[in-house]
Design a binder for this molecule. Structure first.
Ligand code: SF4
Ligand code: SF4
Length: 358
């Protein structure tokens, strides 16, 4: 990178780099149950939340061999996936047979002793990576000593481990002490720190900046997410918490590949990846929706804006129609080819044979 490179250039490069990872990971929530009841839980998980039924689980497992053409990693999440061990076993075994990498997001509550930690890790031989979530909210139920046991057991068994730490303010003494405590036993490369965002039960816990400006960052989803109810979203972000059906989601049918492909080829989703929310807000203003547009945004992410926008039924309905509009499709396909240098949409909507026949 030459010395004339600006911060904006670096951010743009970073965004494009992340966007290259588009559809690399398929998230699957096998259960939304969890007994920890953390005060900041984005999914609002409780001990009585929904769990995936056998039919949806079987459709996913049957579809995994074909999914290899779309994604290269499956991330099992929840709720707490270890409350539905059979689902973890079956999905990770199917993924391993198809040479797809697997990871499981967990609170590591099961690492109650060194022996229990080792036993749990050993009994899931097809999990490639343990993604352990912790923060001050988790630690009142799962202390750092338990996280350490899970980390050590996974490392001893030759698995990858990532400790994902959510912080509300990196400057708080308590959070600094927590991060220092984790650094005592985990390599820096295994620790990922992320900011708490006002989604799900954390809605009133966010203390970061709020802006009236629509965030300039486009959608940087790295892959779709299937909920325990068989609803497919373009990401695992706050769209998952929107109660009504959004113009970006699909329902899993008997073909996992086709269902995921419908999400992947949604022109509205690509509009958000290519141009982001500013141009969409302009379009919605022209269409007469100014008074319904969200007015508060987070400068650091477009995802809160996305969830707020798709929570407005009238806007959702308009965007559903727009995503089926031919002129809109042409515009998005052109953007995808010329800006993203990606022919996926062109090939899907305007197959080469048809183009040559014209
Ligand atoms: S451990 Fe995770 S899923 Fe369970 S309540 Fe806490 S944040 Fe939610
Ligand atoms: S919430 Fe919206 S903007 Fe954020 S990753 Fe998902 S689809 Fe993209």
């Amino acid at each position: 990178m030459n010395s004339g490179t600006t911060v904006a250039d670096k951010i743009a490069l970073r965004i494009r780099h992340n966007q290259k990872g588009y559809f690399s990971t398929l998230g699957i929530s096998v259960t939304n149950r969890c007994t920890l009841n953390c005060a900041h839980c984005i999914r609002g998980s409780t001990a009585h939340s929904s769990q995936m039924d056998t039919k949806i689980l079987s459709d996913i497992i049957d579809g995994i061999p074909c999914v290899k053409r779309l994604v290269n990693q499956v991330a099992i999440t929840g709720g707490e996936p270890f409350l539905f061990k059979d689902a973890i076993h079956r999905i990770t075994e199917a993924a391993r047979s198809s040479e797809i990498k697997t990871s499981v997001v967990t609170s590591a509550y099961w690492a109650r002793s060194p022996a229990a930690a080792r036993e749990t890790v050993r009994s899931f031989p097809w999990i490639d990576k343990f993604s352990i979530s912790t923060d001050l909210y988790h630690q009142s139920k799962v202390p750092l000593s338990t996280i350490r046991r899970a980390y050590d057991a996974a490392k001893a068994e030759g698995r990858l481990v990532r400790i994902c730490v959510t912080v509300n303010s990196r400057n708080s003494e308590e959070e600094k002490a927590m991060l220092a405590g984790i650094s005592e036993f985990a390599y820096d490369a295994d620790i990922r720190v992320q900011e708490l965002l006002p989604w799900g039960r954390a809605i009133d816990k966010y203390s970061g900046p709020i802006s009236s400006r629509v965030p300039p960052i486009p959608c940087i989803s790295t892959g779709p997410f299937i909920s325990e109810l068989g609803v497919i979203y373009p990401c695992c972000g706050p769209l998952v918490t929107v109660p009504s059906r959004t113009a970006l989601q699909e329902t899993l049918d008997h073909s996992l590949y086709n269902s995921l492909n419908r999400v992947k080829l949604n022109p509205l989703f690509h509009f958000l990846r290519i141009w982001g929310f500013g141009p969409l807000f302009e379009r919605l203003s022209i269409a007469g929706f100014s008074s319904l547009l969200p007015r508060e945004h987070l400068p650091v992410t477009p995802c809160s804006t996305c969830a707020a926008l798709f929570s407005v039924d009238e806007i959702n309905e308009y965007l559903l129609g727009l995503s089926k509009d031919y002129e809109f499709l042409l515009e998005v396909v052109a953007g995808s080819v010329h800006i993203m240098e990606d022919n996926t949409l062109l090939d899907a909507y305007f197959p080469c044979e048809e183009r040559l026949a014209k």
